[in-house]
Design a protein around this ligand. Sequence first.
Ligand code: UDP
Ligand code: MG
Length: 330
Amino acid sequence: MTDETVQGETGRGPFLSVVVPVYNEGEALRSLHARLTAVLGAMPLSRWEIVLVDDGSRDSSFEVIRDLAAVDPAVRGFRFARNFGKEAGMAAGLRAAAGDVVVLMDGDLQHPPELLPDMLARWRDGAQMVTAVRRSRQTDPTTRRLASRMFYWLFHYVSDVEIPEGAGDFRLFDRAVVNAINSLPERNRFMKGITSWVGFRQVLIDFEPAERVGGQSAWPFLRLFKYALDGISAFSMVPLRVWSLIGLAIAVLSVVYGSWLVIRTLIWGIDVPGYASLMVAGLFMSGIQLISLGALGEYIGRIFNEVKGRPLYIVADQVGKHPAGVAEDG
Ligand code: UDP
Ligand code: MG
């Protein structure tokens, strides 16, 4: 794809793009850049680029990106008009990336750049997607580990798409996979599901996540919960369908209970008290109805979002040039 060598080692090899979503990572970006550059320089590449997508940070992230781009032509930066979320950042980066091979990684150095040569070696062996799987979750708090276990368990049962437990967003993609992902029109983007859904030859490799450098994790519990709902609703219809089954089961139970009431009345006559059973049945049914309405609402809300057709993100500023001179706008 590339004929001249601009960055990295001379000689042949693929053009590699590193895509990093960035949110308040001002403290980590310089060391990320230094470590990445050291690793990339030692790899058999014809060229590389580092695409940093600033997802509306409130700190100095974009200033740092601007400085980096001024000294390193391999750095390209985008700044979103506001915080659109990590999924939007990754989507923007994947669209912007020009490489034959694209690596997606976090900007907080929890994903060690030193794993890149191993990932590239797997690609050379024929894998089209290399997913780094965390060996442990020691860097996460216990409640979050528990919540994530529950999520994987649930997802496994309600969705046809398999997502490997412990797989984060540290991945290497072949150009074919990036094109496939870029071609998906959906706005509710759940990368873990999308990457499995598109298929291709995947391999997993282990890694040990490092502690976060500076700042803090931007995922409070509610946000994680919403993320889980997004993931499940994007890759499963079970929450919509399960109500017909539950309705059927309740109908069968009611027939049995109803017949018993009739028989009992015929044999022993009428006894008036029935407050408890009426109350329980009424409350139970309204609970079930509200839950099923809620599930409907979740899906309708998402349909609404897709139908509005708003862009996934808005780019307010950018630095660095597309390697092939392609003009870009948000
Ligand atoms: N991130 C982002 N937008 C957000 C939240 C996070 O682009 O709204 C980026 C963040 O800068 C980092 C990556 O997504 O590069 C992972 O975020 P974080 O470290 O907070 O998540 P965790 O490691 O706790 O899963
Ligand atoms: Mg992190």
